[in-house]
Design a binder for this molecule. Structure first.
Ligand SMILES: [Zn+2]
Length: 389
């Protein structure tokens, strides 16, 4: 039994919380942790990242990659081995760093292609095993290099899902794949065969993105997959033609399709207030951190909440709280996490944050005083209790 003394759950007045057998309990005796009146939030949820790609801990990578999406994809596939990028080591480094920032669960897209086969999936699965009890990792089998133009990829995706990948990934059915029907039919067939949800990267903008989105919606209906499909990025929802976007959003809401946003500064983004008003579940993610795509990022989901706020012009306290909600409860709902939250009976996955209010906690995103996973301390004062390799 552990007692969190003098703590403010979600900014409420100070109280004591009790943890027994890894879950919040009604009361009891035990080891006391003085929380100094700090705010407690449930564990941050990293709902869109790429654990297999990060260059954390490796020498600085001088990025001279071309401007197109396909330049970044091709370059990465070709330099992975020469850079000494071991998916197990790199995923462990990033996951431990995320833990220190208060993330207790991660959804990671992991590359599956005919060049590297299932090395990424095997590596991240090994990390998931190694970090069991510290941070939960969900794996999306992700055909980063496309499927139809590269024969053998669909078979590898199938194998990845049999091996233990949790979710079927996909990518720009028109822009990268250039075969929307072939790509989306393959994605939904794999989901049906393995009984697993879907999370598709959709960078396509404006009408092209809208077309792909409607194709995804049509298949969600045809396969009865309402509530099981996430569209990541969904830049087309940031398009200037708001009447057109409203029509798309209505269909997303109707079919309970979720949105994952990373709120990049470099692209139009879904407007999170509109999504919330329509009841569309939205989660947040850091996307790639310090990789061959770009040098930025650190894995901090509280900072990502700030970026979501900045990108969406969220200023009022209730609006900043929405950004935080996306990076906590939103992610947990999309990932269907059992027992998420601070209520009695919930898993004691939680973070002590600095600040007088939730909005200040987001704006400051100061080092986390304490992070717990299932009632066990996994990080203190911004430092994880285990060493990265
Ligand atoms: Zn991504």
């Amino acid at each position: 039994m552990t007692i969190l003394k003098n703590v403010r759950p979600m900014g409420a007045p100070a109280t004591d919380l009790y943890i027994k057998d890894g879950r919040f309990a009604a009361g009891g005796d035990g080891e006391v942790i003085d929380c100094g009146g700090r705010i407690l939030i449930p564990g941050l949820v990293e709902a869109h990242t790429h654990l297999d790609k990060s260059l954390l801990g490796l020498p600085w990578y001088r990025n001279e990659v071309g401007p197109r999406l396909i330049d970044k994809i091709t370059n990465e596939r070709e330099v992975k081995v020469s850079l000494g990028l071991d998916p197990q080591v790199q995923s462990e480094r990033q996951a431990i760093q995320s833990m220190a920032y208060g993330t207790t669960q991660i959804r990671s897209h992991v590359d599956v292609d005919t060049h590297h086969g299932l090395a990424g999936i095997e590596g991240v699965m090994a990390t998931r095993e190694k970090l069991k009890g510290y941070v939960d990792i969900e794996i999306v089998a992700f055909p980063q290099s496309s499927m139809m133009p590269r024969p053998g990829t669909v078979e590898l995706m199938d194998e990845a899902l049999s091996m233990g990948a949790d979710i079927v990934g996909g990518i720009d059915p028109c822009g990268i794949e250039r075969d929307p029907k072939g790509h989306l039919d393959a994605v939904f067939r794999l989901a049906e065969k393995h009984g697993k949800p879907i999370d598709i990267h959709l960078h396509e903008r404006d009408a092209m993105g809208g077309f792909s989105m409607e194709e995804i919606i049509a298949r969600t209906i045809a396969h009865g997959m309402q509530g099981k499909v996430t569209i990541s990025h969904a830049f087309c929802l940031g398009a200037p033609d708001r009447d057109y976007v409203a029509g798309l959003q209505e269909q997303l809401a109707e079919n309970r399709i979720h949105i994952a946003t990373t709120a990049p500064a470099s692209a139009p983004v879904p407007r999170v207030k509109e999504l919330a008003a329509l009841g569309i579940l939205t989660c947040g993610g850091n996307d790639g951190i310090r990789d061959t795509w770009g040098p930025y990022g650190n894995g901090d989901m509280l900072e990502r909440a700030m970026f979501i706020g900045l990108r969406n012009n969220l200023r009022r306290d209730d609006e900043v709280e929405l950004a935080l909600d996306i990076c906590t409860y939103g992610g947990a709902k999309v990932m269907e996490t059992e027992g998420y939250g601070l209520d009695i009976g919930c898993q004691a996955d939680c973070v002590l944050v600095e600040g007088e209010t939730l909005a200040e906690a987001v704006a400051l995103h100061a080092p986390r005083k304490l992070v717990m996973k299932g009632g066990m301390v996994v990080a203190r004062d911004g430092k994880a209790v285990i060493e990265a390799p």
